[in-house]
Design a protein around this ligand. Structure first.
Ligand code: D5M
Ligand code: FE
Ligand code: ZN
Length: 488
C-alpha cells in the first residue's frame, strides 16, 4: 500500500522535480500531524519555478519548513566546507616583457609553436605541412597547412587570406560560398589550419578552415555541493555604480536564513573593473563621485569586509584598475588597495589567471579583447558576449587580434594561448550577462553593477546590471539571482 508520503513524492516527480536522498529521508521522518507536507512542498515548487531555480528538492528545502527543534539538528551554521583554492597560473605577477621588435617576433613564434603543438597531438592534424614545402606544387591534391593570419581581404566575390608559419607565407583564396563565409570570420593574427588545392595557374584555393578549438570533454566537478559567484565591473567611484543593489547583494550573503544556497557559497570571483579608476577615458571626471583612487578601493574594501569570512574572494584587474593595460596584467598593487591585502579572505591575482575552485578549473579573464572581436566579426554584438567568448575558446587564444583596443606585451612566450581547457571560462567587461555551454566548458560573462553610462548609451550598449550568476560547482548549473530594485 502506498503511504501518503509516497503519493506526495509522486506528485513532486510528476512536476519534473527531483528529490535528493537526504531530503527524502527527512520527508519520511516528518510527523504528518505536525506539518502540512503537501502544502509546504507545493510552496517550495512554486517558489523554485517562479525564481527559475534548479528543479531539485534538497534537504535544506525541507529544513526550511521543519519546526525549530528539528532544525537545530541540521543547523546550517554547522556546515563546514573548507576552501579549496589552488592557483594554477598567475602569469601577470611574474611576467617580464622583452624589448622591441625581437620581443614581438618571439611572441608570435611562441603563439604558432604552442598552438601547433596542441593541434598536432590530434590524429586529424598530424599531416600539417610547412608552408615552404607546399611550394613543391602537387596539383589537384588537398594539402594541409597552418599559420597565423597576416592579412584578410574581403571582396565582392572572394576573400583572400595570407598565413605565415615562420618558414614562409601563402595567400589562399576562398571562391565558393562556404569557404567565403568561413574566411570572413577568421580573426587576424589567430592560428588557423587550412586545406587548399593548387590550381593549374598555381593559385592556392581554399577548401576548408579549421580552428584549434577545444576538445569535447567532461568538466571536473566538485564532490561537495558548493557554489561560486562570478561577478565583475562594479565600477565603484562612478556615479552609475549601483550602490543600493550591491548593498542588497551583500545583505543577502549575510542572511543565512533566507536561502539554503547562501551557506554553501564559498567563492566570489571579481574579474576586473572593481573600481571606475580615474583618467581611463577623456572627461571621466564628469561621471565620477569619488575622484581619489585609494578611496575607491577603501570603499570596495568596506563592502567586501561585510561579506562572511567563510567566503574566499578572488580579485583580478580590468582596464579600469591602476595597472598596465597590456596583457598579462599584474594584480592590483598594495599601494592602491592596501586594505584588500589586509583581508585574510581576499586573494589578488593578475589578468588572466587560472585557478581551481573545489577542483573545478576556472579561467578568469577580464575580456577587453571582446571589443576587438565584436568590431571585426560580422554578426557579433555586445548583447551576446558568450558567442564571442566561444570563438576565443575555438581560437584557443584570449586576445588574438593584435593592435586593437586590447594590447599584449612582447615576450618570449605567448601566455594568452589557452593551453589548458577550462571547466569554467569567466569574463566581464562588456557589462552584459551571458552564458553558454561549449563542449563541456561553462562560458560565463558576469554582467555589471553599473547602470548605463552616457558613453554606453551612445554605443548602444544596454548593460545587464545587478544580477549575479551563482554556479553550483558540483553540477555547473547556473542560478541568476537578481538584486535589481523593483522600479514598478
Ligand atoms: O567597458 C564597458 C563596455 O563599454 C565595453 O563593452 C566596452 C565599451 N567601452 C567602454 N569604453 C569604450 C571606448 N572608449 N570605446 C568603445 N567602447 C568602449 P568598460 O571597460 O567598463 O569601460
Ligand atoms: Fe567594466
Ligand atoms: Zn572593462
Amino acid at each position: 500500500m502506498e503511504t501518503n508520503t509516497i503519493i506526495l513524492l509522486k506528485k513532486v516527480l510528476a512536476d519534473g522535480f527531483q528529490v535528493e536522498p537526504e531530503a527524502f529521508k527527512l520527508i519520511e521522518s516528518t510527523d504528518e500531524n505536525e506539518i502540512d507536507l503537501e502544502k509546504s512542498l507545493h510552496n517550495i515548487i512554486e517558489k523554485k519555478i517562479k525564481e527559475k531555480e534548479a528543479k531539485i528538492i534538497t534537504k535544506y528545502d525541507i529544513i526550511s519548513f521543519l519546526p525549530p527543534q528539528n532544525k537545530i539538528e541540521f543547523n546550517e551554521s554547522k556546515i563546514d566546507i573548507k576552501i579549496m583554492l589552488e592557483i594554477i597560473s598567475d602569469i601577470g605577477s611574474s611576467f617580464i616583457p622583452s624589448q622591441g621588435k625581437k620581443g614581438f617576433q618571439e611572441l608570435f613564434t611562441s603563439r604558432y609553436n604552442k598552438l601547433l603543438k596542441i593541434v598536432s597531438a590530434r590524429p586529424n592534424y598530424h599531416n600539417i605541412e610547412k608552408i615552404i614545402s607546399l611550394k613543391k606544387n602537387v596539383k589537384e591534391k588537398v594539402r594541409r597547412t597552418a599559420g597565423l593570419v597576416m592579412n584578410k581581404k574581403i571582396r565582392q566575390n572572394n576573400v583572400t587570406i595570407t598565413i605565415d608559419d615562420g618558414t614562409g607565407m601563402i595567400e589562399v583564396i576562398a571562391l565558393d560560398k562556404r569557404s567565403i563565409n568561413e574566411a570572413k570570420k577568421v580573426l587576424l593574427d589567430s592560428f588557423i589550419i587550412v586545406d587548399l588545392i593548387f590550381s593549374k595557374t598555381n593559385t592556392a584555393i581554399l577548401k576548408a578552415i579549421f580552428l584549434p578549438d577545444i576538445p569535447e570533454h567532461k568538466p571536473v566537478l566538485s564532490k561537495e555541493q558548493v557554489y561560486a559567484i562570478f561577478t565583475s565591473d562594479l565600477h565603484i567611484g562612478s556615479r552609475s555604480f549601483l550602490n543600493k543593489e550591491f548593498s542588497s547583494f551583500i545583505n543577502w550573503l549575510n542572511n543565512k536564513e533566507s536561502d539554503q544556497i547562501v551557506n554553501r557559497i564559498k567563492y566570489i570571483v571579481i574579474a576586473g573593473d572593481a573600481v571606475d579608476g580615474i583618467g581611463i577615458y577623456p572627461n571621466q571626471e564628469q561621471e565620477l563621485i569619488e575622484y581619489n583612487l585609494q578611496n575607491q578601493y577603501i570603499k570596495l574594501a568596506e563592502f567586501l569586509k561585510m561579506i562572511p569570512k567563510s567566503i574566499e574572494i578572488i580579485i583580478t584587474p580590468g582596464n579600469h584598475d591602476p595597472v598596465r593595460q597590456a596583457l598579462p596584467q599584474p594584480p592590483i598593487p598594495r599601494e592602491y588597495a592596501g586594505d584588500l591585502y589586509e583581508m585574510d579572505n581576499v586573494t589578488l591575482l593578475g589578468n588572466p589567471a587560472y585557478v581551481r575552485l573545489h577542483n573545478v578549473n576556472v579561467l578568469i579573464y577580464h575580456g577587453r579583447s571582446l571589443d576587438d572581436v565584436i568590431a571585426t566579426v560580422p554578426g557579433f554584438t555586445f548583447d551576446n558576449p558568450a558567442q564571442v567568448m566561444k570563438l576565443l575558446l575555438k581560437c584557443r587564444h584570449l586576445s588574438p587580434i593584435y593592435g586593437g583596443r586590447s594590447s599584449i606585451l612582447p615576450g618570449t612566450e605567448d601566455h594568452l594561448v589557452i593551453t589548458s581547457v577550462p571547466d569554467i571560462f569567466h569574463s566581464g567587461h562588456v557589462h552584459v550577462l551571458g552564458s553558454d555551454n561549449y563542449r563541456g566548458t561553462l562560458i560565463l560573462n558576469s554582467g555589471s553593477w553599473q547602470s548605463q553610462t552616457p558613453f554606453q548609451a551612445k554605443m548602444g550598449i544596454i548593460p545587464v546590471a545587478g544580477i549575479v550568476p551563482i554556479v553550483n560547482l558540483s553540477t555547473l548549473e547556473i542560478l541568476a539571482k537578481s538584486f535589481k530594485l523593483d522600479k514598478k
